[in-house]
Design a protein around this ligand. Structure first.
Ligand SMILES: [Zn+2]
Length: 273
């Protein structure tokens, strides 16, 4: 899938999950907590594609997400891609094909999701406030780039970077520390997982089960059969899936916040019975 679809799927997953937790487990969140979790999850749903590098020296190419912070993120993508390729080459078995590019390898596996979630939580725990600012800044930037694709394209990376900084500052000033920190890590991990699921329904699949060897291959690409695969950027993705993600998001927001608003207005129809 393309960037905006990945970002939307992450946002929808987090909002629907928040609604379910509120409804069935009685875990409620403030609007700010929901907003931050949604943004981070949307950003996390783009992060695995930071393994698509471009040409740093010429400031060209790379996935949309790699261009979020200009040359800086393009450089990060270069490092992530080469590192992923290194992990691939070091752990590949005889049946795994040789590769000269790391796209859709290490960052598209379950261990990477777990590592991302754990790493984010650990960073926030150890360094507190400043780590939170950094994490929200980075993930918020990715989310802006994905969710508001056309705006970001027009505005350019400087404006996107400034907007991310403003979001990070506001969040760090208002998010309660006790529940905020583990929430950040969970949102990153869930977003990453949703990205991998999204790629599984497109052609070629992803090596989600690495490092479990399957049929003497360490990097078995797993996904739905190619004949049923969703075409990247095709009608099913852009119209059907994006509409579905948007509807799920809006319904979840309504489910999360409308009852509270009604209660406050003393218009709760159930209470009047
Ligand atoms: Zn991907």
């Amino acid at each position: 899938m393309m960037g905006p679809s990945h970002a939307l799927s992450g946002a929808a997953a987090w909002l629907a999950g928040s609604w379910a937790l509120d409804q069935f487990a009685g875990i409620s969140q403030t609007p700010l907590e929901v907003a931050v979790g949604t943004a981070i999850c949307a950003g996390g749903a783009l992060l695995p594609d930071l393994d698509m590098s471009g040409k740093v020296t010429r400031n060209q190419g790379g996935a949309t997400v790699a261009r979020t912070f200009g040359v800086a993120s393009l450089f990060v993508a270069e490092v992530v891609e080469k590192f992923s390729l290194g992990v691939y080459t070091a752990t590949k078995l005889k049946r795994d094909p040789r590769r000269d590019n790391g796209h859709r390898t290490f960052t598209h596996t379950l261990p990477f999701c777990a590592l991302l979630a754990w790493g984010t939580t650990a960073l926030a725990d150890k360094y507190g406030y400043w780590a939170v600012i950094g994490i929200v800044f980075f993930m918020g930037g990715l989310a802006l780039r994905g969710l508001f694709d056309e705006w970001a394209e027009r505005a350019g990376w400087v404006i996107v970077t400034l907007a991310s900084a403003a979001i990070a500052w506001f969040t760090a000033a208002n998010l309660p520390s006790d529940r905020g920190y583990p929430l950040l890590g969970l949102a990153c991990g869930v977003g990453c997982f949703v990205h991998i699921l999204g790629d599984m329904i497109t052609k070629n699949g992803v090596p989600i089960l690495w490092p479990i060897p399957i049929k003497r291959r360490m990097w078995m690409m797993i996904g739905i059969p190619n004949s049923m695969a969703v075409k990247v950027g095709g009608k099913v993705e852009v119209v059907v899936l994006r509409t579905a993600f948007t509807v799920i998001s809006l319904l979840s927001i309504a489910g999360l916040f409308i009852p509270g608003v009604l209660e406050r207005l003393n218009l709760d129809v159930w209470a009047s019975k």
